[in-house]
Design a binder for this molecule. Structure first.
Ligand code: FE2
Length: 255
């Protein structure tokens, strides 16, 4: 099979984006499909979005500003967390694979595409902003908690597992965020057209595939798979806490 640097040879797959050249675990590879399904079903058991979906049944501007503020905290945390994972990784080849999403989050080769910056530009379009008054103090603590989980991970495969858990529910994260920011009908078109949502709606599948490929590439023994899963579960517990705190906070009125 002829693999060019950004896609495998199949024409319909040639349009799919790849963070780095991939000659084995391309989109649609049977093992990628099988394990993505397994990890997604595992993630579903955590009911990460149960409370936030009910808290977002109605969204006003105060709720939307809280969601925006919490997500901004998160989006600025992401590259530091992913880079720390690389710092803690002891093998250059694994470092190479693990750094790619951090680089992407920081805009790749173009600083105009730094994701946290794109996020601020997106919320500005609908008159939302990062507001100190809307800060959810516990979000910072929860992010700090995830960082500590990473620092305390004494397995190299655990680091890979924590990073997959960070991505596995990315598509639902983005749609939940979108819902939380749409405080009126005009927001739907305005936000959909922003580079932040266009990029995230198009690229999350590649972040997931890339992370599943890291699992397949680096976690081949039973012991490494077991260590990977322990941290994968830690990451899902983080997500449940993250969205639950936002959900609880949305139901408290803000001055
Ligand atoms: Fe992003």
């Amino acid at each position: 099979m002829d693999h060019n640097i950004y896609s495998n040879s199949s024409q319909e797959k040639a349009d799919l984006r790849y963070l780095i050249p991939e000659d084995t675990y391309y989109h649609g590879h049977p093992e990628v499909v099988e394990w993505t399904t397994k990890f997604s079903s595992e993630a579903e058991k955590y009911e990460v979005f149960k409370n936030i979906h009910s808290a977002l049944q109605t969204v006003d501007i105060a709720k939307a500003n809280k969601v925006a503020t919490a997500w901004y905290e998160f989006t600025t945390f992401v590259p530091t967390f992913l880079s720390l994972a690389v710092v803690l990784t002891d093998d250059p080849e694994r470092q190479h694979h693990l750094i790619q999403i951090a680089y992407d989050e920081l805009g790749g080769q173009d600083k105009q595409y730094i994701h946290s910056k794109l996020f601020l530009e997106a919320i500005e379009k609908v008159n939302l902003s990062y507001k100190k008054d809307y800060e959810i103090v516990n979000i910072k603590n929860i992010l700090e908690g995830l960082k500590n989980t990473l620092l305390n991970t004494n397995s190299q495969y655990g680091i890979v597992g924590l990073l997959l858990s960070f991505e596995i529910i990315a598509e639902e994260n983005i749609e939940t965020l979108f819902k939380g920011l749409c405080f009126d009908d005009n927001c739907i078109a305005l936000l959909s057209d922003t580079p932040f949502f266009e990029i995230h709606r198009a690229d999350e599948t590649e972040h997931i595939r890339h992370s599943v490929a890291n699992f397949l590439r680096f976690c081949q023994s039973d012991e490494s798979k077991r260590e990977f899963m322990v941290s994968f579960e830690d990451g899902l517990n983080f997500w449940r806490k993250f969205w639950n705190y936002i959900a609880e906070n949305l139901n408290i009125s803000t001055k």
